[in-house]
Ligand binder design. Structure first.
Ligand code: FA5
Length: 338
């Protein structure tokens, strides 16, 4: 039996086959195990010798099994190492370079300009309470300005913010004057789209509050931003305009002196002096949250602008919808540019 077993073990070519041989001979009901079971039937004087004999056979089979198992495992490992071998001398595959989206690049420029002027950068929610997007900004439900910013409403009564001006309220709720803040982010309007209007676009909001802040500070800040964007010769223009949350209010444009010869006034955004009703609404919210009323009597200015307008001119992109259509012919042009 020992010889047959050793032959079977040598013949096993896989670990599974070896396991079958093992079961056949030394398993619970294997041949060797059965042989041991017959010892009880022998006369006592023969048992010891016979038992010792069977144990020798079993040990020999077990040793052969162990040796073969180790050999098979080694072979399996060698095969795996050979199949997974990496030739470290092969040249690498080129990875396609990513790049920053043009809107991110314009934002980075803007944020850089304002942080150098000492502004804090704040972030806030796109899904917003009606109160922060409208009422607290002096836009009650019956106000016609609501129709200028047609709104995406959510089923729970909240909305997708129509501008980043919600951050004026949120920031003043958490911070005390004097303060300088900019905030970037997506905004949404239920509008028909065209070459210069998207239903989702971006804004940069700015807010400065302190003592004796004036319209001259606002104009100086916008002019400084324009010089940061377009160099020392940049010009700015202000035209009276109306936003419920500022008084007086203005729209501002920057003179774009562009190397392709497409110089023109670029209407960038709205601005103005923070309306006293906004300060009052913030103090009411603060009081309700157990905080001190610190805004009534303060002065400040705010502005909001669309970075898409800057990016369209800067990169010669004729239609705002190209930014978000994920067309590789547009986005691919910004590969590797960080
Ligand atoms: C506002 O959203 C005001 N919250 C701005 C403001 C802030 C005024 C603080 C005063 C004080 P307006 O709706 O005009 O204003 O939008 C501001 C800018 O966002 C526009 O000048 C334009 O650059 C951009 N914008 C507006 N609508 C769209 C649109 N549908 N697609 C792309 N850009 C837009």
């Amino acid at each position: 039996m020992q010889e047959q077993a050793i032959q079977d073990i040598h013949a096993a070519e896989t670990l599974e086959a070896l396991q079958a041989v093992k079961t056949r001979y030394v398993g619970k009901s294997g041949l060797v195990t059965k042989e041991l079971g017959t010892l009880g039937k022998l006369p006592p004087e023969e048992r010891k010798a016979r038992g010792a004999e069977i144990n020798v056979v079993r040990a020999a089979i077990q040793a052969a099994l162990d040796e073969k198992e180790a050999a098979l495992k080694r072979a399996a490992l060698d095969a795996r190492l050979a199949s997974e071998a990496v030739d470290v001398t092969l040249p690498g595959l080129p990875l396609p370079a990513g790049g920053l989206h043009p809107i991110s690049r314009v934002y980075d420029d803007l944020i850089g300009i304002f942080t150098r002027m000492g502004y804090e950068v704040a972030e806030g929610p796109e899904v917003e309470e009606e109160h922060y997007n409208f009422e607290a900004l002096n836009i009650p439900w019956y106000h016609p300005a609501r129709e200028l910013q047609d709104t995406f409403w959510l089923e729970d009564g909240r909305l997708l913010r129509t501008h980043t001006s919600n951050m004026q309220i949120r920031y003043m709720l958490e911070h005390e004057p004097p303060l300088k803040m900019v905030s970037r982010g997506k905004v949404y309007r239920f509008e028909a789209t065209d070459a210069t209007h998207e239903a989702m676009f971006h804004q940069l909001e700015g807010l400065v509050v302190g003592e004796g802040i004036s319209m001259a500070d606002l104009k100086g800040t916008i002019a400084e931003m324009a010089r940061g964007l377009y160099g020392a010769s940049a010009k700015v223009r202000f035209q009276p305009s109306y936003y419920p949350f500022v008084e007086p209010g203005a729209d501002f444009a920057v003179y774009w002196d562009n190397p392709r010869g497409e110089s023109k006034w670029l209407e960038l955004g709205g601005c103005g002096m923070v309306h006293p009703n906004v300060f009052k609404a913030v103090d009411d919210l603060r009081e309700a949250a157990g905080k001190e009323r610190v805004y009534e009597g303060k002065t400040g200015f705010a502005f909001g602008l669309g970075p898409e307008r800057i990016a369209m001119l800067k990169y010669g992109i004729p239609d705002i919808r190209y930014f978000y259509a994920n067309d590789p012919r547009v986005i691919g042009q910004f590969r590797g540019e960080l």
